[in-house]
Ligand binder design. Structure first.
Ligand code: GLN
Length: 491
């Protein structure tokens, strides 16, 4: 693979808009990078070569006609394969959706295309977003481009790997408990989970609807800012969409952190939490020092109930999933295994169509919602969710921004945690609480671990304060210790 060259979505779009480069040439260069290493990485479930060429040609025709194709003119983008694309298979990396082609685009897809972006393909994921390594895909694992023996994280592992490998400068992921931020951290790229409701979920295949959020993955903080400006903002098709325009982010990135109050969440980074690696802790300390040197005040703080986040999540998310996934009945979508009567057909289809982890979640969720257990499990988890919100609210009286590691360790070897679901679930221990609270958070690459693999720092902000979150992220990016943020890329 070729060494990294500094290519940003922002830079590419500027060149295409001004006619310095054609969208078609930008696309062809990215397609050749894909061609060279996709076989070993397997970031994509589907590469849309001809559709992408046609889209790039439309952008070039607009430029030739004197029209502005938009802020993402000619920028190749990859979409997690749980985001609906009209007429193009959307699999969620599950056999149960075999043959299904959505009759509509997700709102985010329409917005990307309207901004001039060129959709290059659909990326691999843990089936329905359930996992932290992309090993739970029905279509095979995705490998970490920085070390092919290791996982890229998950569930948006295909999207993070695509960006890290230089297949596309931008990708979309979805994040229910960490699925954008954790793979971004493990692949050395930027990943953003926006405030719940800032980005439309219309056309995102539902996993746990009260937690799911679509967000950007990119190589730079500025590119994620640009992408979020394009995809964010009210959408009448999503009843949980916040009725305000997308935040203005690209213009605030150089504002610095002078005077900001930043808290390090003790429960997610200190000795209180089992399994945070020493190199990860060390990088967090350096990130705190860098922010202090840039003019912020930094202090340790406590958000006590975050220690219950993981337990609450693994009741709430499976409960919602068990309900959402009831629709895959062999009648309405994709796969059907025939049987003499409807009930048997339903059982045969779901038995053949869902993988082990999805079945585990459906069983957990069904149990947690069943009469007699509802209050003990689901009810209690909702109370924990309220406690977490209250604790964050208290912390944000004193601090503008909170900080933690994104993931407890760097990328782990493929196969290491597949037989131990609990070990896999622990990957999300730092990321889950902001989904439960509905708050924005993002991962910024900040140096390497002892194994030479990237480490991500998580920046957390109160609801709808993406602006301050991005200001802090920009300072972390500019002060990060040297190290390969990602490989690959095209000039
Ligand atoms: N890894 C977590 C899970 O398996 C989170 C997944 C996600 O955010 N989609 O549920």
């Amino acid at each position: 693979m070729s060494p990294s060259k500094e290519i940003t979505a922002r830079g590419l779009a500027a060149e295409v808009r001004s006619g310095v480069r054609s969208a078609r040439s930008v696309l062809e260069e990215h397609l050749s990078v894909i061609d060279a290493s996709e076989k070993e990485i397997h970031a994509f479930n589907l590469v849309l070569i001809e559709d992408a060429r046609a889209a790039a040609d439309v952008v070039d025709a607009q430029v030739a006609a004197g029209d502005d194709p938009g802020p993402l003119a000619g920028v190749p983008v990859a979409l997690k394969d749980n985001i609906c694309t009209r007429g193009v298979p959307t699999t969620c990396s599950s056999r149960i959706l075999e043959g299904w082609r959505p009759p509509y685009n997700a709102t985010v897809v329409d917005r990307l295309v309207a901004a001039g972006a060129v959709v290059v393909g659909k990326t691999n994921l843990d089936e329905f977003g359930m996992g932290s390594s992309t090993e739970n895909s029905a279509f095979g694992v995705t490998r970490n481009p920085l070390d092919l023996r290791k996982v890229p994280g998950g569930s948006s592992g295909g999207s993070a790997a695509a960006v890290a490998a230089g297949f596309t400068p931008l990708a979309l992921g979805s994040d229910t408990g960490g699925s954008i931020r954790q793979p971004a951290a493990l692949c050395g790229v930027v990943g953003v989970k926006p405030t719940y409701g800032v980005v439309s979920r219309y056309g995102l295949v539902a996993f746990a609807s009260s937690l799911d959020q679509i967000g950007p993955i990119s190589r730079t903080v500025a590119d994620s800012a640009l992408m979020l400006e394009v995809i964010g903002g009210h959408d009448r098709r999503d009843s949980t969409s916040i009725p305000v325009p997308a935040p203005d982010l690209t213009s605030v990135l150089d504002r610095g952190v002078e005077g900001l109050r930043i808290g390090i969440i003790e429960e997610l980074s200190g000795d209180g939490l089992e399994g945070i690696a020493v190199d990860v802790k060390a990088r967090l300390g350096e990130a705190a020092a860098a922010l202090e040197a840039a003019g912020a005040t930094v202090a340790a703080t406590s958000v006590p109930s975050t220690v219950y986040g993981l337990s609450a999540y693994y009741v709430v998310a499976p409960a919602e999933a068990s309900s959402n996934l009831a629709r895959y009945d062999g009648v309405r979508f994709g796969l059907r295994i025939d049987a003499p009567n409807a009930g048997d057909m339903n059982i045969a289809t779901r038995t053949a169509g869902f993988g082990d982890e999805v079945k585990r979640r459906i069983m957990l969720g069904t149990y947690a919602l069943s009469a007699g257990y509802y209050d003990a499990y689901y009810g209690k988890s909702q109370k924990v969710r309220t406690l977490i919100m209250n604790d964050f609210a208290r912390a944000y009286e004193e601090f503008d921004i909170l900080l933690s590691p994104t993931a407890p360790t760097t990328a782990f070897p493929i196969g290491e945690k597949t037989s131990d679901p609990m070990a896999m679930y622990l990957n999300d221990v730092c990321t889950i609480s902001s989904n439960l609270a509905g708050h924005p958070s993002m991962s910024v690459p900040f140096g390497l671990g002892n194994d030479g693999m990237p480490i991500g720092i998580q920046v957390l902000a109160p609801a709808t304060d993406e602006v301050t979150m991005f200001r802090v992220a920009a300072v972390l990016e500019s002060t990060a210790p040297a190290g390969h943020p990602a490989i690959g890329g095209v000039a």
